[in-house]
Structure formats: structure tokens, C-alpha cells
Design a protein around this ligand. Structure first.
Ligand code: SF4
Length: 164
């Protein structure tokens, strides 16, 4: 199965701070889950994608949060600069890849203002999580693409098995 995966989860240094969110090298993730992650990588066709880089933002970049989480969305960086268009563009480009490649499922980084599928930071830059979705996760879901995060690897495996 084809899977779109957040580039940072694959170990690519595309995060705002110039680092990654590698699952394979995260000391807080159990070995059995790392094995499951590696199985998923090896058994499927992986499309690495970072919406924020695709939307024109650099690495490193000033961290951004969603400050208005319904249409019209507003995303600002910590210096107050509006970066909404970059986030919208990244989401659209992620969707384009999924449509062009017939990708039906994505594994996206939890809590990100682009990739988070369940929670996002509340827009105050105080590390406070609230219920909500990043702009890419939201758009993919709206278009019928299943979205999982790195804490839902077993669910992703189940989805793959059920839809092979
Ligand atoms: S936009 Fe998504 S893929 Fe890119 S660094 Fe943030 S969480 Fe990772």
C-alpha cells in the first residue's frame, strides 16, 4: 500500500528547529513499536512529505501555531508573522501527491500545526495542547484519506491489513 509519511518521522531534518522526529531513533518509543514502524516502511510504498517545507518555509524556521482553527484559518509564527498561506499551500501540495499517486492513507506527526491529526497547540506558544487538526491532516481527512499519527502505529497496521 502507498503511504504518505511526514518526512520528520523518517528522520529527515525538516522540523522548525532543524532537527527531526525520527521514530526509529526516539529513545522514548519501545523497541517493539520501532519494529512495527520498520515493518510498515519495508512492506509498503513510502512517500516522504513535509508540508511546511513544500509550502515554502525554510529549515530552520520560526515555530508557528494555528491561532484561528476554523475557516478562514490563521497561522502565525512566534514573531507574529502570518504564515497561513504557506500552511495552506503545503496542505494542498500534500493532497495533490495523494491524488496523483492514489494514496489512501497517511502517517503524520502528532501535534503539528500541519500534520497533527488529533491535537494541536493552542496558538499561545505555551506548549498547551488542545483538540484540533493541523491544516494538512484536516484537508487529507476531508478528502477521504485516512490519517494516523506515530502513536497509532497498530491502528495503521490494522488499516493496511484490512485494505490490502
Ligand atoms: S510539517 Fe509535518 S513533516 Fe514537516 S516538520 Fe512539521 S510535522 Fe514534520
Amino acid at each position: 500500500m502507498k503511504i504518505l509519511i511526514s518526512s520528520c518521522l523518517l528522520g529527515e531534518d525538516v522540523r522548525y528547529d532543524g532537527n527531526n522526529s525520527s521514530v526509529a531513533f526516539n529513545p522514548n518509543i519501545s523497541f517493539s513499536l520501532k519494529e512495527l514502524f520498520m515493518d510498515i516502511l519495508c512492506d509498503n510504498e513510502i512517500y516522504s512529505f513535509c508540508p511546511e517545507v513544500a509550502g515554502g518555509l525554510g529549515v530552520p524556521r520560526i515555530p508557528a501555531e494555528i491561532v484561528k482553527n476554523d475557516k478562514p484559518f490563521i497561522v502565525q509564527n512566534e514573531e507574529g508573522k502570518d504564515v497561513t498561506i504557506n500552511f495552506l499551500l503545503g496542505a494542498k501540495k500534500a493532497l495533490d501527491v495523494c491524488l496523483e499517486e492514489n494514496i489512501k492513507v497517511a502517517l503524520l506527526k502528532a501535534n503539528s500545526p500541519s500534520c497533527g491529526n488529533i491535537n494541536i497547540y493552542d496558538g499561545t506558544f505555551t506548549s498547551n495542547l488542545i483538540e484540533g487538526q493541523g491544516l494538512t491532516a484536516r484537508l487529507l481527512k476531508e478528502k477521504g484519506i485516512e490519517v494516523f499519527n506515530e502513536t497509532q502505529l497498530k491502528d495503521l497496521k490494522g488499516f493496511i491489513k484490512a485494505n490490502k
